[in-house]
Design a protein around this ligand. Structure first.
Ligand SMILES: [Fe+2]
Length: 228
């Protein structure tokens, strides 16, 4: 993999993105689609925040590889329709640490190792693996956390339907300041407003649920333990 990642940021779009993600995410269509969307959303946030190309490149790398450690999670746990046991949660949580270790092995991926390790940290310190708070969490990881949450809750899972865009944004608004970084979420809202009506939502979101208002985050967001 050494040397594979030296692409210019402008190349990360359309067919190039799909090809890259397929290389990284493997044969799982679900994972390929999730990764593609998280990359696009993350770059949308980076653009709205006015971040420079170097930081955007690291965000792109981090988004591309954010779940590279998820191979440690057996499908029967990832898709389990009932509450996970403590031991299962612990296994799920190790995907950030496995991804981090993987990233450290590559000279270019190393730049994104923090984004990968901390993409499940919450700004109130209730996330994992290190319970970082606020600005202790690298900005790249806070950006990816917003993109990852949006895609997770707007994508149908075997045990629940997806939320509509409107309901997903309402749910995420409640998470600002506890789970999500306020500036990153505002940038995501601005990005969504810009592209709304342009993209094919059915391609991005799949089926949507009836109404997500009042949803328990722990029930709709995979890989995220409840903070309560
Ligand atoms: Fe993850």
């Amino acid at each position: 993999m050494e040397g594979m990642l030296g692409w210019p940021l402008r190349a990360v779009s359309g067919e190039n993105l799909e090809m890259l993600v397929r290389t990284v995410a493997g044969d799982s269509a679900e994972r390929v689609q999730h990764t593609s969307r998280v990359v696009r959303y993350s770059l949308g946030i980076a653009s709205e925040m006015g971040l420079g190309s170097e930081q955007a490149r690291i965000i792109c790398l981090g988004a591309l590889f954010h779940d590279i450690g998820a191979h440690v999670i057996p499908p029967e746990i990832e898709n389990k329709p009932t509450t996970l046991t403590q031991a299962e949660w612990r296994l799920v949580e190790t995907h950030t640490e496995w991804g981090f270790e993987f990233a450290l092995r590559d000279s270019e991926m190393r730049e994104a190792s923090g984004a990968i390790r901390y993409h499940h940290e919450w700004v109130d310190g209730s996330g994992y693996p290190d319970n970082l708070k606020g600005d202790e969490i690298p900005l790249e990881a806070r950006v990816i956390a917003v993109a990852d949450m949006y895609d997770a809750i707007t994508t149908p899972r075997p045990y629940r339907s997806a939320l509509s865009e409107e309901d997903a944004l309402l749910l995420m608004q409640v998470e600002v300041g506890t789970h999500l970084d306020a500036a990153c979420f505002s940038a995501f809202q601005a990005y969504r407003e810009k592209i709304s009506g342009i993209e094919n939502e059915s391609d991005l979101s799949g089926e949507t649920g009836e109404n997500g208002r009042g949803e328990d985050l722990a029930k709709v967001l995979p890989f995220s333990r409840s903070s309560s």
